[in-house]
Design a protein around this ligand. Structure first.
Ligand code: SF4
Ligand code: SF4
Length: 230
């Protein structure tokens, strides 16, 4: 027997699970089928591929199908998403960040691509849009318009593609509420179930942006003891 707690519409309810430790998703299905069929959550592939079942456990994002629950775990919906019911969230608004970042091929040009170049952004293409990184990001707490980690990772993927003939278009579109707003805390990298490193991708994008004449606006505003920014 194990107990877990679920935050359902801001009411924390404790459930007893008649098995010791297995996946959280299995426990959720047990509750729904045996104890309370009103419990609502999302899942699909049940094998860590689709990213549908992401939730927070004790404040940290996990895929319910890949996480083995522990006694007294507190399960909550993803942060910064509209909660539709219990653990089910609406991901539509967050998907808009992909549109804001314009993270797609802007202008195709012919290019020879080496295996090394493919490998440089192979990892980024593994994103399953689980939104775990977005939920973990502290910047969204103070700036809900921040583009966020997975859309910036995708922007990096396209700015690094030799077939992209207009890198500047993407770089221009991730200046406001984009790469310079990130605090490089690394939360996104820590929670990504695919081993993607959005923090590093954002760092690389900053380097690309400087090649197009951009500088960190926070740096410009700093006072270095000369009576104001420079
Ligand atoms: S590294 Fe940047 S994008 Fe990632 S969670 Fe921290 S602030 Fe957000
Ligand atoms: S970058 Fe990782 S954590 Fe973020 S949405 Fe993609 S798979 Fe999920």
């Amino acid at each position: 027997m194990t107990t877990i707690k679920i935050n359902r519409q801001d009411e924390v309810i404790e459930y007893t699970i008649p098995f010791k430790s297995t996946t959280l998703l299995k426990a959720l299905f047990h509750i729904k089928q045996q104890e309370d069929n009103t419990l609502t959550f999302s899942s699909s592939c049940r094998s860590g591929v689709c990213g549908t079942c992401a939730v927070r456990v004790n404040g940290k994002e996990v895929l319910a199908c890949s996480y083995n629950f522990q006694k007294d775990d507190l399960v909550e919906p993803l942060a910064y998403h509209e909660v539709q019911r219990d653990l089910k969230v609406n991901k539509q608004k967050v998907r808009e960040t992909l549109r804001t970042s314009t993270a797609w091929l802007q202008s195709h040009q012919e290019a020879n691509i080496s295996t090394t170049q493919v490998q440089l952004t192979e990892k980024q293409t593994d994103c399953i849009l689980c939104d775990s990184c977005y939920s973990s990001c502290p910047v969204l707490e103070v700036n809900p318009s921040f583009i966020g980690p997975f859309a910036l990772t995708r922007a990096y993927r396209y700015t690094s593609d030799p077939r992209e003939g207009n890198i500047q278009a993407i770089v221009d579109n991730i200046q406001t509420n984009g790469i310079w707003d990130c605090t490089l805390c690394g939360n996104c990298t820590e929670v990504c179930p695919q081993g993607i490193d959005p923090k590093m991708d954002i760092t690389m994008l900053r380097g690309t942006a400087t090649q197009f004449g951009y500088t960190d606006p926070n740096f410009q505003a700093m006072d270095f003891g000369f009576g104001g920014g420079f």
